[in-house]
Unconditional design. Sequence first.
Length: 270
Amino acid sequence: EMQKLIPCIFSNLGNLIEKPAEDDFIHKLSREHNLTRSEGEKPTVELLSYTPDPERVVFTAAVMEKSIGDTERIKNLYTEEFFEKVLDSILCSRRERALEQASFSFRIGGISLPALTHIARHRMQSPVIPSLADVGKSENFVIPETIKKRKELLHLYKEAFRRSESLYKKFLASRVPKETAIYTYLSGNTTDIITTMNARELYHFFGLRTCNRAQWEIKVVADRMLVLVKGVAPVIFKKAGPRCIRLGYCPEGKKSCGKLDEVRKRYSEI
């Protein structure tokens, strides 16, 4: 219908539709080298890469926004003391664009599908999420602490995943398309993702996801991410954490955890 209404725009639409190769190089590489998921503590977080010398980059961007000085001269002005003052100025302004110049890439492993939806809600990022049909169904699953503590419920929970896995394999053996078989997934099944966020978005992400009111699984991930970025850019992220860190008060109102001093102390020590 769109081709009929606006032919000049949609006449070549068919050529733009991606046609996946049946046996492309990446699939072949994965099979030949047995690139399967590793076992271990879940969830896991790795800092894969980040902007080299991120604090000097942010400092340079912030100063250049207010001046037309030579780049090298601005870089040479950098000291940690100067940068802390510049960062305070950035965080107090309505334009935090300088923070967007430093980016950080993470691999997050073993997160459940509900936790994935919390991450996906953040639009200012570049996530790479494996195709469930291509990578297959993970046999790993997340067990909430409230279920772990009750043996009878834990048994029922594990049995549900065992049956789900059995049904998935039976569907594949019956030549049900992989795209259909993934409907046997349960919310607790795990997957891995890679995502890249800039420092400004990470401040926003940490503000929401390290809060005591955040979903427990995503809070674990966010806390580990914060530790990793503070290890390579401690000044940039000196005020990162729950929103109460920067605000000085809890913005959650009646839903506040009531532990403001405890939370601020904890995150100041990371």
